[in-house]
Write a protein of this length. Structure first.
Length: 149
């Protein structure tokens, strides 16, 4: 299966991923993997005294889950060269254990590169919870293959 080539990404096109529930195990494993043991993520008693009322997921964990959900759509299979980075990324609401998130993308712009085999695509990313609230949003750039010959 081949993903979308640069030419096939239409400005304004939108795609939505399936959902996934964020678990306590996800948060604990991400803390161990990343070394980020901030009490907001691992100390329930501390968190009960905060505005969140309980533990919250790491922002980068939420993004990583959303990225994985989007890759399940197979839009980039054998056409993605590189993720070039974020123009912006905002964490707008907390994600708690038990929240179910999904991702939505919208193509914002495309531009050719000096290499005729590649093009850049920018997209808006939104990560939403089960209530339809945006919990993360940003703009990302990707380097993609152009159609052969």
């Amino acid at each position: 299966m081949t993903g979308l080539y640069w030419e096939e990404w239409e400005i304004g096109a939108e795609f939505e991923s399936p959902g996934r529930t964020v678990t306590e195990a996800d948060i604990v494993m991400f803390a161990g993997l990343s070394g980020d043991y901030n009490p907001l993520h691992i100390n329930e008693e501390f968190c009960r005294q905060t505005q969140f009322g309980g533990r919250i997921a790491h922002g980068p964990l939420v993004y990583a889950i959303a990225a994985g959900l989007l890759f399940q759509l197979h839009l980039y299979d054998d056409t993605l060269i590189a993720f070039l980075g974020f123009d912006s990324l905002k964490f707008t609401k907390p994600v708690k254990p038990g929240d179910t998130i999904h991702a939505r993308i919208k193509v914002l712009e495309k531009r050719a590169t000096s290499n005729a085999e590649r093009g850049v695509m920018k997209r808006e990313l939104q990560v939403l919870n089960q209530r339809g609230e945006v919990v993360q949003e940003g703009v990302q750039a990707f380097l993609l293959k152009r159609k052969p010959g």
